[in-house]
Design a protein. Structure first.
Length: 345
């Protein structure tokens, strides 16, 4: 596949006007000044972010609360007009990624939004446990099916291999790609179900699939680690939860192979998408939608596409026993894990 075909969803975005954006930026700057010496995992800072989120316009807060509690058929929500502040060059290497105080307005704005949806957290295995992570093309990683790549990124639920994947993820756009072709696409399970017959749904609910772990979660990238057999769909019949990665999910039976392909085609037929512009923030309901991105060509000159990503769970207590420092999830694969043996690959 060279590209995604999708229905543009920009018209459905919820805008902040100039004054609302200005007030949010002022709140973000106040937080940045007061907590400039703190890690983003600092509890007092994160509680202050939650309190500061009251500056969000009522219409935006209502939309976020409804999305948190009820979701929608598309599995995503778009906000436009968020403040991002003054920006450094787009980092093209990991060691060039900024600390949060280098992009304080965008960081605080994004965390304010996420605090309405749930509690921000991160993974120790990924991006050094950063609570807000840079998503931008990296030199030499062009072909990777990960956030550092620039080829088409296949449809997937975020960290679907993980025992505790995020409930929500957000992406705020700081810079768009030069050609304005990198579309972020989603497909919600409620859009997809009418396209699937009962037999296909039944197979997708069987533990006949395994998913490869992302390389950042594996101790040795040369070793392939897979989940135990698991279903793709779980939960209520009318609104099931979803875990799939069309690059990394492996069907274990012929019927599972057919069902997975039917699911993929149904999702491709119901894609919604948008080429994110600076100040856009898209939120994905990770339990009920897949997302992906069309390919683009980076220049590595400091002006490339740059998003920042953040995760949230609706209840921090659900993962509290799995956290280490701050809100960082402990490693999911540790030395001696039986999944690291060649037989498990």
């Amino acid at each position: 596949m060279k590209d995604f075909r999708y229905t543009d969803t920009r018209a459905a975005g919820i805008p902040l006007n100039h004054e609302e954006s200005r007030q949010m930026e002022q709140a973000a700057q106040r937080l940045a000044r007061e907590y400039a010496e703190c890690s983003l995992h600092d509890t007092d800072l994160l509680h202050a972010v939650e309190i500061a989120a009251s500056v969000l316009p009522t219409a935006v807060r209502k939309a976020l609360i409804a999305f948190r509690d009820e979701g929608n058929t598309a599995g995503c929500l778009l906000l436009t007009g968020l403040p991002v502040g003054t920006l450094p060059p787009t980092p093209d290497e990991v060691d060039k990624e900024p600390v949060w105080t280098d992009v304080p307005v965008a960081t605080m704005s994004q965390l304010m939004v996420m605090s309405v949806l749930g509690r921000s957290f991160s993974y120790s295995d990924e991006k050094s446990g950063n609570l807000v992570q840079d998503v931008c093309p990296k030199k030499g990683a062009e072909e990777r099916q990960e956030n550092s790549g620039s080829v088409l990124l296949e449809l997937h639920t975020e960290d679907g291999f993980h025992p505790s994947p995020p409930h929500f993820l957000s992406l705020i756009c700081l810079r768009e790609d030069y050609d304005r072709v990198a579309a972020t696409v989603t497909s919600g399970i409620l859009d997809v179900l009418p396209h699937l017959d009962a037999d296909t749904v039944g197979v997708l609910r069987r533990p006949e699939f395994r998913t490869r772990f992302s390389t950042s979660f594996v101790l040795n990238e040369s070793v392939q680690v897979l989940t135990d057999p698991m279903p793709v769909l779980t939960g209520p019949e009318e609104n099931p939860q979803l875990r799939v990665d069309f690059h990394g999910t492996i069907p274990l039976t012929p019927r599972a192979h057919v069902a997975l392909e039917r699911l993929k085609q149904a999702m491709l037929a119901t894609l919604r998408g948008i080429v994110l512009r600076p100040s856009d923030l898209i939120i994905v309901d990770n339990r009920h939608a897949v997302h992906g991105r069309s390919g683009f060509t980076p220049r590595y000159d400091g002006g490339d596409r740059w998003l920042r990503r953040s995760f949230a769970v609706t209840d921090l207590r659900s993962v509290s026993d799995q956290l280490t420092e701050g809100r960082i999830h402990r490693p999911v694969v540790t030395p001696g894990d039986p999944r690291l043996s060649p037989a498990a690959a």
